[in-house]
Design a protein. Structure first.
Length: 144
């Protein structure tokens, strides 16, 4: 239909981050000779960090299901890893907010819309996550 926009994602190759990695805003020449400006999500750096954040989050969630079985040091390590992940996620999201890329802006708006259904903003989400980690630390302090 008229006005329908379709996007495809094709995993054509794996590209490790190095000195020649493609960054958002880079202009590259396609095989047909046309020049293309790389968008936010086409950046090797953005893709690699998104993949790492997602993987690290999933691993911590699996690990967290056994949190009650951890000894004191294990709980401390888990909390530190969660804090580190949260900090990385905040930086990643700030990049989205500061980007001029249309897809990045849309991603931020989608997150805001989804969170608004629960009556919170992205900042409130991070604040709630931080409060949870503080409570977890406080519980550890009570048991020492």
């Amino acid at each position: 239909p008229k006005g329908l926009e379709i996007h495809f994602i094709v995993a054509a190759c794996e590209n490790m981050i190095n000195g020649s990695a493609v960054h958002p805003g880079d202009v590259v020449k396609a095989s047909n000779g046309k020049t293309i400006e790389m968008g936010f999500f086409e950046s090797d750096i953005v893709q690699e960090e998104a993949k790492k954040l997602f993987t690290d989050y999933q691993e911590l969630m699996k690990l967290g299901s056994d949190y009650g079985k951890f000894d004191r040091e294990g709980k401390k390590m888990f909390i530190k890893k969660m804090e580190s992940l949260m900090d990385r996620y905040k930086v990643f999201m700030k990049r989205f907010e500061l980007s001029e890329d249309f897809q990045a802006k849309m991603t931020v708006e989608q997150l805001k819309t989804q969170l608004s259904q629960f009556g919170i903003t992205p900042d409130q989400m991070f604040e709630q996550m931080n409060k949870t980690l503080i409570r977890m630390k406080d519980e550890l302090d009570k048991t020492s």
